[in-house]
Design a protein around this ligand. Sequence first.
Ligand code: E4P
Length: 218
Amino acid sequence: MKFFVDTADIAEIRDLAATGLLDGVTTNPSLVMKAGKPFIPLIEEICSIVSGPVSAEVAATDFDTMMKEGLKLAKIAPNVAVKVPLTPAGLKVCKTLSDQGTMVNVTLCFSAAQALLAAKAGASFISPFVGRLDDIGTDGLALIAEIMQIYESYADFETEVLVASVRHPMHIVEAAKMGAHVATCPPNVIRQLYNHPLTDKGLAAFIEDWKKTGQTIL
Ligand code: E4P
């Protein structure tokens, strides 16, 4: 499973990229607003830090303007994935840009029917939002299972399932068990993956016992 970080915070991206475990970045207008920096240079900088896909979202909702924005974003760097909303116009942009060889991430997916359309439109990534479905009392992970089942039935679908709106490590573990290709996670959720109290307890005991041996390795 690939890990993308869901943030536009440069310091967080640098820190996680240094682990060697980061495969890409996703941003959205809300995350860009939080970062408080001009959009185009921000995406440029992120693309210089991470060599994997960096999702940059269009702001318009009509086909012509989304196309212009998408073409401008795609020119920033070869690893930009243009992010479009799952609307009829968004999927038309997806088909056009995908046919031209540009990576497209279709966002705001909340149903298997929508995911099916995105695959047919040639999306590189489909982003089902598990956390936001959980928030309204439905099972976000059940949607991932459904999409995986559909995509696995068609060998010609090349769209990767990018689990989005991740709230906690179990979202990632359960999605990985289903074979989801990518999870995009807030920085704190990626860091939570490392944690287990028995690791901390075991390490503390090993440190104490090693001290008692009076030895050094170096
Ligand atoms: C996906 O690409 C989105 O940026 C993101 O995962 C949305 O998550 P949220 O529901 O926590 O805002």
